[in-house]
Write a protein that binds this ligand. Structure first.
Ligand code: KG4
Ligand code: ZN
Length: 329
């Protein structure tokens, strides 16, 4: 079964073709990072306009790379939420048009489900598993049950981890996106700032206190005319965030008696987080899985894989297909 998947929820225009839920026949990602960099973050209006320009060539490239034509495709999958509304609309409108004109059923996919399934591309994940979703918009702990249903176990009460990475990077003048820049800078620094861990319930997160502490520190030092040590700030900030993420995820696995942990979403590309979680996993006899780097940040392959599991769970006849005209196929 071949699924053509479309993802346009933020600043990546991506189209992928997935065979039988595992084999990535193509996964084309056109990133707008270079365009948004100069604004220090994604500008929604500009993102939508670039999706409009990119979607058709990216779609054609995905088919070409897989050496397929649209007639070979069994299902179209598209991210329908959450994301920038104008950006999502481009993908959904395009997906509906292809679905209608080619008579191929359409499967709407929740973006976070895509991230959760990104680790299923390269690994056979044993269920039940705990998943930590850490992206620019979300920080969530959930349980993937044996029947592929998800149970929300906890989430951030305020900022998402990736959002705080981007904010601190901007304050340090490192540019957008901040995660990878702080990640490499912190390797050259030492952890010399005492940042308090937030006082929240066991499966909940809060990063606004960490963000305020680091922001105040930077502003105060600048006001005093001191030269700030960016490497040490990056290291202190990153150590604090990854310790919180790793401890919460591993503690939840221990409490639930679950031996499989997946860490997904843009922040899961973080080198220090990958090291720390792997270490803690080994100490506690928990297998920790991270998607390959190309599947950590936004991509359509994960949306196609999520659609495959939705079909598997709900059956091919489940009526979430949006268009009457194609439901008969
Ligand atoms: O999953 P994603 O591509 O988009 C959302 O769904 O939000 O995640 C983007 C986020 C950004 O905040 C970016 O700074 C962060 O992931 N990120 C990282 C790294 N690479 C990307 N954060 C920490 N370390 C990284 N290496
Ligand atoms: Zn995402």
């Amino acid at each position: 079964m071949k699924i053509l998947a479309i993802e346009t929820s933020c600043d990546e225009t991506s189209v992928a073709i997935i065979e039988d839920g595992k084999k990535v026949l193509s996964n084309i990602v056109s990133s707008q990072i270079k365009i948004h960099e100069k604004y220090g973050g994604v500008v929604p209006e500009i993102a939508s306009r670039h999706h409009i320009e990119n979607i058709l060539p990216v779609f054609e490239e995905a088919l070409d790379e897989a050496k397929l034509s649209i007639d070979d495709i069994d299902y179209i999958a598209v991210t329908y939420t959450p994301g920038l509304i104008g950006a999502l609309l481009v993908g959904v409108a395009f997906a509906k048009a292809v679905s209608y004109s080619a008579g191929i059923p359409l499967i709407p996919v929740h973006h976070l489900k895509g991230h959760v399934y990104s680790s299923f591309i390269e690994y056979d994940i044993k269920l039940p598993a705990i998943s930590l979703v850490v992206s620019g918009g979300h920080t969530i702990l959930l349980k993937i049950n044996e029947d592929y249903e998800f149970t929300l176990m906890g989430e951030t009460l305020d900022d998402a981890a990736g959002e705080v990475y981007d904010k601190i990077a901007r304050l340090l003048g490192l540019g957008y996106p901040g995660g990878p820049k702080i990640d490499s800078l912190s390797e050259k620094g030492v952890h010399d700032l005492k940042i308090k861990k937030p006082n929240v319930k066991e499966n909940e997160f809060s990063f606004s206190g960490v963000k305020t502490f680091v922001t105040n520190y930077i502003n105060n030092e600048k006001m005093k005319g001191n030269i700030i040590n960016k490497e040490n700030i990056a290291r202190s900030f990153q150590d604090t965030v990854i310790t919180i993420l790793s401890e919460k995820a591993v503690n939840l696995c221990k409490k639930e008696g679950i031996k499989t942990l997946t860490v997904v979403g843009g922040v899961s590309a973080n080198k220090a987080l990958r090291r720390k979680m792997t270490e803690m996993g080994e100490e506690n006899n928990i297998e920790v899985f991270f998607p390959g780097l190309e599947y950590c940040t936004d991509n359509a392959a994960m949306i196609g894989v999520a659609a495959y599991y939705e079909l598997k769970k709900k059956g091919r006849d489940y009526n979430y297909i949006l268009l009457d005209a194609v439901a008969s196929k």
